[in-house]
Design a protein around this ligand. Structure first.
Ligand SMILES: [Zn+2]
Length: 463
């Protein structure tokens, strides 16, 4: 039996379809999940994105779950947040989404929520170990059931019921031919917005650009559309719609930590002393804005499953990470939902007579580097390097935070070096109050990195 170990990632299962993520692997994963996390006759919600391989993977999963004594509710081809919504709406404990998220078209994967929580790290590795042990019990299962349910209308009407729009403006939406397009367009039109849609038909070949809005080159067409169409906002989704990125009316990218400043100040105006979670990559201005507005900032490790865990531990009212996963827990269910986040931004801009860039400009500004990816020569090495870095690196006058890599916070800026969980890279980011200080902090990090490995190549990513 061939089973690729590398598909069992930190936050999900993901790999190249057939080559790594084979149909046989899917069968074994469903069987293993049935035994590890589920009781006999439990019900699982299954959804899938619009990739060419998703129907086949979804069919295989469903068959295997049914054979292993589980009931199935198939919600069809939907964005990831609609699967989470279905779980809450139907009051069930487990759901699974077939999606390759923002990865190239030959990839696919599974986001797994079992027995009340998102699986991550150790639990995902446990699925692999269990398959290898091949220690399945030979139980006789009771008869199982299969149902198909379409919850699109319930999802959209619950968003609309929740959002109050004052001035209806013009916006542009780019779904990169991912699965979020049609539902997002329908939702925003029903909210009363005039919507220009760009690549909103579902096409598993992604003929226009990768459905990854964190890469600025994938936002260029949307920026042109916003400017040429005199739109007040641009919204771009990733392939499965659990995150979005925003452009203001001038086509500037509003990075998620700035979105979080806007959401925090809005939510805290109604709810004081509430906790708000952000990831270790976020701007130092975000905890300041949270504190200034009467909230309690909490820093978390990067990764949507870690953030979700932290939300349930702290009962935070809002959480967000730099990748664009934002979790509303005030009037929504606390899961990451790009379509809902977009609706919350629309609600805020609709109350304001100013163009959207003025709204975002009212928050503190800083100088930031993009994510600097430092390649290591073999996957896994980045974690060993990071251990050495934490032990040896010295930063005078800095407060050191090591919840995820090393973040050195100075009076007027900070730098972060962490090991990527998804690629064989170290990831660095620096923010400072001035350009000069930004370069100084970047240089301090480079010196400490070179002390451990003088041969490591640091890319020159000036922007
Ligand atoms: Zn996604």
């Amino acid at each position: 039996m061939m089973l690729a170990k590398n598909i069992f990632k930190a936050y999900d299962i993901r790999g190249i379809y057939e080559e790594e993520l084979s149909i046989n692997a899917i069968k074994l994963i469903a069987k293993s999940l049935s035994h590890l996390f589920l009781e006999n006759n439990d019900t699982i919600i299954v959804g899938r994105d619009g990739r060419n391989s998703s129907s086949k993977i979804s069919e295989t999963l469903i068959e295997s779950f049914l054979e292993n004594g589980k009931n199935i509710i198939n919600v069809g081809e939907v964005p990831t947040p609609l699967v989470y919504f279905a779980r809450n709406y139907l009051n069930l404990n487990s759901c699974i989404m077939v999606t390759g998220s923002h990865n190239p078209k030959n990839y696919n994967g599974l986001k797994i929520f079992m027995d009340g929580h998102t699986l991550s790290g150790g639990e995902i590795k446990e699925i692999y170990d269990f398959i290898l042990r091949d220690s399945y019990s030979k139980l006789q299962f009771a008869k199982t059931s299969y149902k198909e349910i379409n919850l699109k209308n319930e999802y959209i009407s619950q968003i609309i019921k929740d959002i109050s729009i004052i001035n209806k403006k013009k916006i542009a939406v780019d779904a990169g031919n991912g699965v979020a397009g049609p539902i997002a367009i329908e939702t925003y039109k029903k909210l009363g917005f005039d919507v220009i849609d760009l690549y909103c038909d579902i096409d598993g070949d992604f003929p226009n650009h990768h459905p990854n809005p964190s890469d600025p080159k994938n936002l260029e067409d949307l920026a042109d559309t916003v400017k040429n169409g005199n739109c007040d906002l641009g919204i771009a989704f990733d392939g499965d719609g659990d995150r979005c990125l925003i452009l203001d009316n001038l086509g500037n990218i509003i990075w998620p930590d700035k979105q979080m400043m806007l959401f925090s100040s809005e939510i805290l105006s109604k709810n004081k002393n509430c906790k708000i979670i952000f990831d270790v990559k976020s701007s130092a201005n975000l905890p300041k804005v949270i504190r200034d507005n009467g909230g309690i900032p909490i820093m978390s490790r990067t990764g949507h499953s870690f953030i979700k865990k932290k939300i349930s531990e702290t009962n935070a009212i809002l959480a967000g990470e730099m990748s664009g996963h934002i979790f509303f827990n005030d009037k929504w269910y606390g899961f990451d939902d790009g379509i809902y986040s977009g609706a919350r931004i629309l609600e805020i801009i609709s109350k304001n007579n100013n163009p959207s860039h003025k709204i975002f400009d009212s928050f503190p500004k800083s100088f930031v580097t993009p994510e600097i990816n430092i390649q290591v020569n073999k996957d896994g090495i980045q974690h060993d390097f990071m251990k050495k870095f934490i032990n040896t690196a010295r930063f005078e006058d800095a407060k050191i935070i090591t919840i995820d890599g090393l973040r050195a916070e100075f009076k007027d800026g900070w730098g972060l070096l962490r090991a990527s969980n998804t690629t064989s890279c170290l990831v660095m980011r620096v923010e400072a109050e001035s350009k000069r200080r930004l370069l100084e902090i970047k240089d301090k990090f480079f010196q400490q990195i070179k002390k451990i490995d003088p041969k490591i190549e640091i890319p020159n990513e000036e922007k």
